[in-house]
Design a protein. Structure first.
Length: 518
């Protein structure tokens, strides 16, 4: 596809549509670019387009809207269409706009926070060798000569490679001199960061399709025992797991790539590349194999009544009351309706037990938007949510930005936790409050759970803005620990000094240690 020249201004009379785009930059407004005729029927809100911003820098911008009215100024042209299918949904664009307005940030800053890194593309400055200069570098200084020699061999270098060749960190003065001496010129190369992962898979050649042919083949391989073992391993794996990956076949049979190639050359096997997921998901299932206690069931009934008149409900449950079991029962109901569920947690790294419980009940329906995933894995999880393949997303505040297709239910666990508020950089949003707006776009329900409600959420519940359900009984009949308040000022007065450990606390600690307990 032919690209437009960066920075070129086009004749508006030839243009019938324009795209208003969001750039991943802290700029106070959106920008409008002309749409070439070849893109008019393909560009829709939510897809990424390649544009030039400034002199020559290229970015992947998100299309906010397509307009048919000519702007009152000349516009640059969209260079390329990156996505045939939008990566951002219309509801996400509304969420971005709301966060931008409510938290006084730019939509570009929201975009930078919301998108996985590998969907936020920008160009990389590349030095391209000027063939017309020849190989006479006699007029060059030492550092210029080193870079010119490298360019002569490789034809192009990134700025990072120039730094390595020249052995200096600040390369811009050096690059400027090389350009002035016409050794090279600058090109902004637009690089796609995300690529699907491919693996080799092995299958039988189509000409081997009867039992007689297979028996004849096994007889012919008797004099090649390693190849025979490789074929038998393939047949076993094919029967047990279906598709057979080359790596798994070689590991299982302890064979070499050379032995596999021999069977390919004999038209016994075919090796072909296929796209594979980086994130291996377990089988999708629903096995909620527990019953609620009477107190939990009463709270469940009260929740359903509350949700009939409120979109947001606060579940005020004491510690160890079994709030997670209520969450799981409600998740099951929404999944059976075909809806998606978002389960927000303050700190994803501290909640392995909750994640395991969800996976026991829902298997491969659960996806974890985790900081430990690499950038490519995050894109794949993003795509699975966008297509509706993934039903349950568990994550910290950034999981709010996932492209849900049909969100029906949001759980905000430990809703009081300060970690839901992003302090730096912008946008400094509160995921708990932004989730309320996001849920309203889907007409979804929100359940906020905590043993210690935040003042604002508790006020909203007491004044009727939110529903309120209380679970005051610990699961399994376990009693809450007895609490005694000690006024250390009175102790300090009798001791004539500061008291770090009261006599009562000291006595209980000593008793605990004597019993070999912590």
């Amino acid at each position: 596809m032919t690209e437009a020249t960066p920075g070129k201004i086009f004749n508006e009379q030839q243009i019938t549509s324009w795209a208003e785009v969001i750039l991943p930059l802290a700029i106070s407004k959106t920008y409008t670019y002309a749409l070439p005729l070849r893109f008019v029927d393909k560009v829709v809100p939510g897809c990424r387009v390649e544009v030039v911003f400034g002199a020559a820098k290229k970015y992947a911008a998100i299309v906010k809207q397509v307009i048919n009215k000519q702007p009152p100024y000349q516009t640059k042209e969209v260079l390329n269409l990156i996505d045939e299918v939008p990566v951002i949904t219309p509801r996400q664009l509304l969420l971005w706009q709301w966060i931008s307005e409510y938290y006084m940030s730019t939509e570009g800053e929201v975009m930078a926070a919301a998108l996985p890194a590998n969907l936020k593309l920008s160009s990389e400055t590349i030095l391209v060798y000027n063939d017309e200069i020849g190989e006479d570098f006699s007029n060059l200084e030492d550092d210029e000569y080193l870079v010119a020699e490298a360019l002569l061999i490789k034809k192009q270098l990134s700025l990072t490679e120039v730094q390595q060749v020249a052995g200096i960190s600040h390369v811009y003065p050096l690059v400027k001199r090389l350009i002035e001496k016409k050794v090279c010129f600058v090109w902004e190369a637009f690089l796609e960061k995300y690529k699907t992962k491919k693996e080799n898979f092995v299958s039988l050649h189509p000409q081997i399709n009867t039992e007689e042919q297979m028996n004849e083949l096994l007889d012919n391989l008797e004099k090649a025992p390693r190849q025979m073992e490789l074929l038998l391993s393939f047949l076993h794996l094919q029967k047990t797991i279906g598709e057979v990956a080359q790596k798994e076949l070689l590991e299982n049979s302890k064979a070499s790539a050379t032995q596999l190639k021999a069977l390919v050359d004999k038209n016994i096997f075919i090796v072909a590349q296929k796209d594979v997921d980086r994130i291996r998901m377990s089988a999708q299932r629903m096995e909620v194999a527990f019953t609620l206690s009477p107190a939990q069931q009463q709270s469940m009934d009260e929740l359903k009544i509350a949700f009939s008149s409120h979109d947001v409900c606060l579940l005020h449950g004491v510690t160890s009351s079994g709030k997670t079991q209520l969450y799981i029962k409600l998740i099951e109901e929404y999944i059976r309706k075909g809806k998606q569920v978002l389960y927000l947690l303050p700190e994803i790294t501290l909640t392995a037990q909750i994640i395991r419980r969800l996976q026991i009940s829902f298997g491969g329906n659960v996806g974890i938007y985790h900081s430990k995933f690499n950038n490519n894995e995050r894109v794949e999880l993003w795509n699975k949510v966008n297509t509706g393949e993934l039903k349950i997303v568990v994550g910290a505040r950034s999981a709010l930005f996932m492209p849900f297709k049909d969100l029906g239910f949001i759980i905000i666990d430990e809703e009081h936790d300060a970690s839901y508020k992003q302090q730096d950089p912008a946008p400094r949003y509160n995921a708990r409050d932004a989730a309320v707006y996001y849920a309203s776009l889907f007409k979804a329900k929100i359940l906020m759970g905590t043993a210690t409600p935040s003042l604002e959420s508790y006020h909203n519940a007491l004044t009727g803005k939110y529903g309120l359900v209380e679970l005051k009984e610990r699961f399994g009949g376990i009693h809450l620990p007895e609490m005694t308040i000690i006024d250390t000022k009175t102790v300090a007065a009798s001791k004539k000094g500061k008291v770090m450990v009261s006599p009562q606390l000291k006595a209980v600690m000593e008793e605990t240690l004597l019993n070999d307990r912590q």
